[in-house]
Each structure stands twice: as C-alpha cells, then as structure tokens.
Design a protein around this ligand. Structure first.
Ligand SMILES: [Zn+2]
Length: 374
C-alpha cells in the first residue's frame, strides 16, 4: 500500500475538462487522465453558497482540505479510461472547473472578467491530493478508516470505487439511477436509495446466498472484469417477480423484507398457492397477538413462529395467575418464586390459543422448556 501526497495545479486538472452532465457521460479532466465523477454516480449538487465559497478560498490562496484520488494503475483493464478517479473532492473540483469554464459568476465576476494576474493565481493554485495505490482490499481498508469530511460515502459507494471496472459500470446502469430499472421494478420492495447504492448492495447480499461468496468484497472482486452484470440483474429480476407472483396483493409491510433470501429458499416449491397464502396473511394481519406484522411473510413460508413475535402475557395477568396457583407449577407440582416462572399459553397460539388471561398459566422455567420442545 502506497499513499503519496501530490500538489496538482488547478491548471492541470482543468486541462481537457469535460462536464457533460446532460448525457451523464461523466466528468473528466487532467488531460483525460482523471475521472472526476464517473458515469451514473449520484450527482451530489453543491448549494450556490458552498460553490462560491470554494472559489473565494482559491482566489484568496487559502487552503482547501485534502483531495483523495484513486490510482487505478498502469495495468488497468481499460487502457483508454482515465488512470485516476476522484474519491473525495468531486464537488469542489467540479465547482472550480465550472467556474473557469464560465458557467457562473462569484461576487459579480465571471472568470473571464477577472484581471489576468488573478486568473493566473487561480490556475496556479495547487490542490493537495492524496493519491493511493495498492491492491483492492488495502485500498478499501484505507478508505474505510479515513473519515471523509463533507460527503461521507456509503460502504457500497466505497466498494464501487475500489472494484471499479466493467462489472461495476454495468451494474450501476441497472441498480444505481433514481429513475433506473431497479427502482422501476422494485421500489415497493426495497429500502434505501438507489443512488447511494443501497439497491446494489442488497441485490449482491441476496445473490451471495446462492453463489457462496462470503463477503461483498469477495463477490465484487471475482466479477470485477466481467463485461456486464447481467448475472446479478437477471437474478434480482427473478427474485422480485417471484415475490410479486407469490404475494400478488401488495401491502406496505412488504417493503424492505429480504425477498431475495425468501426467493432463494422457496422459489422451487410447488406447494405455494398465492390465494391460500393471501387468506392466511389477511387473517394474521388482523390477529392482535401477532405483534410483528412484517414477520408474517416469513412465517407463511417457513412456519417459524418466532418471526411473528406473539404477544406475551402482561405482568398483571401473570401476577394474578401466580397468586391463584399459589406459586405451584401445574406440571412438576413444585413451588417457585414469581420470577422463576413463565407466563405460558395453555392452548398454544399456533393451535388457536389467544393471549388472554383465561389462556394463561404460570409454569416453571424447566417445565416450560420441556413443554415448548414437545
Ligand atoms: Zn415445573
């Protein structure tokens, strides 16, 4: 791992500057050697006053905080692509270059209208840049430990920077645009923001469950130079389509559930009838003893009652039963202190017993364990 500090004059960064925001072709500079903002990356827009402050700082020769660039290396896959990528300082770099380009004025002055010595002062201003070279996992570790001021990156944004390549570029086309295909298909089912890479991260986590990769880093590293991310995209589509087909009636509780994991475990089953499932779901939604409504979907697939967080008996009911039973466990007939006993459903919830006083008995911990294991 190697980190070097460089001083890069703005004049050099501005050389060959292209900001083709309209077509999302990305932003490049430094004589085509620096990718300032990759295609499809979120366009994090500065407010005018933040932008103007950067220009004033440069004009006055005051220090800007350090910029971070990733060195993609001489042996990068695509030799025509820029060698460096801005990891931190995108907006500051774009503000400065757009100003020189004449896109806006600050304090009444466009760049062109400044005296030539001031223009030179701006162009000669040196950015302090940390350039980091190393293998992918080293870079990732390093970026995770630095606290990038101003624009903290999500874990998946960092991974995309580290494992950038043809796979990531294609995956972003599907998963990372706010009006992109993944959002169009799955926004009812997904939490988070596509342009902060939450969709891509979730899709990878689900797919890893099938591919056997242990970590997202391992998954991305193995696919870094794939020409496309069709494998992940097809998988994701199948998972969402399965969820839609299996549970055709949409409810807000379905948003953010691990649909891919449900799909992995259940999509080959032939016993799932959407109509029967819907009847059970509807009943469980109305059951006051089911306190975790989101867990209903897992429950109807797996019968795991824990997912429902069945309501427990309240303290008052338990105290009353304890007094009635005089502290005697109905199974072992021994006496116990109140806190050595559990409030137990006489008829289990799964057999139709409700969480109501008539269905409560106090049972010692040991007998309770035996009972629930039967
Ligand atoms: Zn007992």
């Amino acid at each position: 791992m190697e980190i070097t500090l460089r001083e890069v004059p703005i004049r050099e960064v501005y050389e060959g500057y292209i900001n083709d925001g309209e077509t999302e072709m990305g932003v490049t500079g430094y004589d085509d050697e620096l990718c300032i903002r990759p295609r499809y990356q979120r366009n994090y827009v500065y407010k005018d006053n933040q932008r103007d402050e950067v220009i004033r700082t440069v004009k006055n020769g005051y220090p800007l905080s350090i910029f971070y660039w990733v060195d993609l290396g001489e042996d990068r896959e695509d030799q025509d692509s820029p060698r460096f990528e801005v990891l931190d300082g995108q907006q500051r770099t774009i503000s400065i270059c757009d100003y020189i380009e004449g896109d806006f004025s600050v304090d009444g002055h466009f760049f062109e209208s400044l005296p030539s010595d001031i223009r030179d002062k701006i162009l000669d201003y040196k950015l302090l840049v940390y350039v980091c070279v190393g293998d992918d996992s080293e870079k990732l570790k390093w970026f995770e430990t630095i606290n990038i001021a101003g624009e903290p990156l999500t874990a998946q944004e960092l991974r995309n920077a580290i494992y950038s390549g043809t796979w990531v570029s294609d995956a972003k086309k599907h998963f990372s645009k706010s009006n992109g295909a993944a959002v169009g298909l799955a926004s009812d089912y997904m939490k988070g923001e596509a342009n902060r890479q939450d969709y891509m991260e979730t899709a990878i986590k689900w797919h890893m469950d099938v591919t056997g990769d242990d970590t997202i880093e391992e998954y991305m590293s193995a696919r870094k130079n794939y020409h496309n991310a069709q494998e992940l995209w097809s998988y994701f589509r199948s998972a969402i389509e399965w969820a839609e087909a299996t549970f055709p009636k949409y409810r807000s509780q379905m948003k953010g559930l691990p649909w891919g994991l449900y799909y992995n475990a259940h999509h080959e089953r032939t016993d799932l009838d959407p109509q029967v499932l819907e009847e059970r779901i509807s009943e469980l939604m109305a059951d006051p003893d089911v306190t975790n409504k989101k867990g209903i979907y897992e429950y109807v697939l797996t019968d795991n009652e824990k997912a429902l967080s069945i309501r427990a008996f309240d303290d008052r009911t338990k105290r009353e039963k304890y007094e009635e039973q005089k502290g005697i466990c109905p199974y072992c007939k021994e006496h116990f202190e109140f806190n050595e006993m559990h409030g137990d459903h006489i008829i289990p919830w799964s057999k139709g017993g409700k969480t109501v006083p008539d269905n409560c008995q106090m049972v010692c911990i040991e007998c309770n364990l035996k009972k629930s294991n039967n």
